[in-house]
Design a protein around this ligand. Structure first.
Ligand SMILES: [Zn+2]
Length: 419
């Protein structure tokens, strides 16, 4: 496993409030500790580490934990406005905690990044609580489904040596969360050759890292090879929700992906027409599964968008005489002003959504989707960054905790949707 940096790695701005020390009061303003005359005498980080030269603290000591300064307490808020008391009423372990490979510090039970950002709590029983800045809840307990692999080494609050390990069920210890999720999702993963594995990893990384793959996998099912009705690359069961992929078509997709990238312009039999193709069968089928976990309101939004597009496509690119399919077919000159991201997306609302999901999965086609179909791009972006608003209510609590957990574990990062 490569060393990962937590996405919460930017140095914390520091809390605001008051420090009380031996009857003296200091104002803390975004971390800056100010004496009565206004002079800045130190800095307090939100994880409880401070530095400065006031009272018993001197610069030469470097960082000192507030817990180690007799009679020193802080009361106030963190930079996001959430209430923060340091050292607080609870006691807990000290040590180092690896979370999905990300190195975190535990100071008296407070869980923090290397840059002193307070991300949660870890107690003497080995339970993890996250600090949810979205919900403004300081202490949400993680469970088996939302907690990532962790290893702690240090001491309990009573000073005794303490090591603790948590491994997610059926997870491979040496791999990250997203690697594990993709392997669990793609049933025959171990039988794939290296380029095939890369293809699956690349096209599913976003969905794994943002937590939606886990929600979908548990609610709908996995993907596997099997018999697919002739001519289709994959099919998603309506009743069981599993994805079945055709082995030969899968190989063809990878060949096209390697040659042309995620989008290819293919000549159809009827000259001079072409059809744009998204070469991402795995994330396409995943898109069908994802549709099942969307809220009714989101599904309606997509249906309306599809109907609008279909009418526009009919106006601009009516199906040519002699063409018997349902795809949007174009002359080569029309490709750049097409209505649908791919020809196949015109077929139905379901295929439209699946093709948009597929295109959104990797950077090049995501960029194209943003240009061609900004409304679909906006919905997908919202599904990834604000899923609680977009998916069925039954999954909301879980996805919120999972995404908070994945942020701490360096999986759910800004770079995921970078252009
Ligand atoms: Zn489909």
């Amino acid at each position: 496993m490569s060393t990962k940096i937590s996405t919460m790695s930017e140095q914390s701005e520091g809390p605001s409030g008051f420090i009380e020390l031996d009857g003296q009061m200091f104002v803390v303003d975004y971390g800056k500790i100010c004496a009565a005359d206004g002079a800045v005498v130190g800095f307090l980080f939100e994880d409880g580490y401070l530095k400065g030269n006031f009272g018993p603290v001197t610069e030469k000591n470097g960082l000192v934990a507030i817990d180690d300064i007799e009679g020193c307490i802080f009361r106030g808020i963190d930079s996001s406005g959430m209430e923060l008391d340091l050292p607080g009423v609870r006691v807990g372990p000290d040590g180092t905690l690896k979370y999905n490979g990300v190195v975190l510090t535990v100071i008296n039970g407070r869980l923090a990044t290397q840059n002193h950002r307070l991300v949660g709590e870890f107690d003497d029983e080995g339970e993890v609580y996250v600090r949810d800045r979205e919900l403004k809840e300081p202490r949400r307990k993680l469970d088996e489904t939302t907690q990532l692999n962790l290893y702690f080494e240090g001491n309990k609050s009573d000073g005794s040596a303490f090591t603790h390990e948590f491994g997610r069920p059926l997870y491979r210890k040496n791999l990250t969360y997203s690697d594990n999720e993709i392997i669990r999702y793609f049933d025959d993963f171990d039988k794939l050759n290296t380029p095939q594995k890369q293809y699956v990893m690349e096209s599913m990384r976003l969905w794994a890292s943002c937590g939606l793959l886990q929600i979908v996998r548990k609610s709908e099912g996995v993907a596997q090879f099997g018999n697919v009705r002739h001519g289709a690359a994959g099919v998603t069961g309506v009743r069981h929700g599993n994805v079945t992929l055709d082995k030969e078509e899968f190989e063809k997709e990878i060949m096209l992906y390697k040659r042309f990238g995620p989008l290819a312009v293919i000549a159809i039999r009827l000259q001079p027409y072409v059809e744009v193709r998204v070469n991402l069968v795995v994330s396409h089928e995943f898109g069908h599964q994802l549709e099942f976990v969307l809220s009714q309101a989101t599904q309606t939004l997509i249906t309306e968008l599809y109907e609008k597009h279909k009418a526009k496509s009919a106006r601009h690119y009516p199906l040519p005489n002699g063409y018997e399919g349902y795809a949007e077919v174009l002359t080569p000159q029309q490709v750049h002003q097409r209505v649908f991201i791919s020809g196949y997306a015109r077929t139905s609302m379901h295929e439209y959504w699946a093709e948009c999901v597929a295109a959104f999965s990797v950077r090049d086609s995501r960029k194209m989707l943003k240009e061609l179909d900004p409304a679909a791009y906006a919905i997908l972006r919202e599904v990834v960054t604000n899923p609680a608003k977009m998916i069925r209510p039954v999954f909301r609590e879980q996805i919120m905790d999972l995404q908070t957990s994945l942020r701490i574990g360096g999986e759910y990062t800004e770079e995921l949707l970078a252009e």
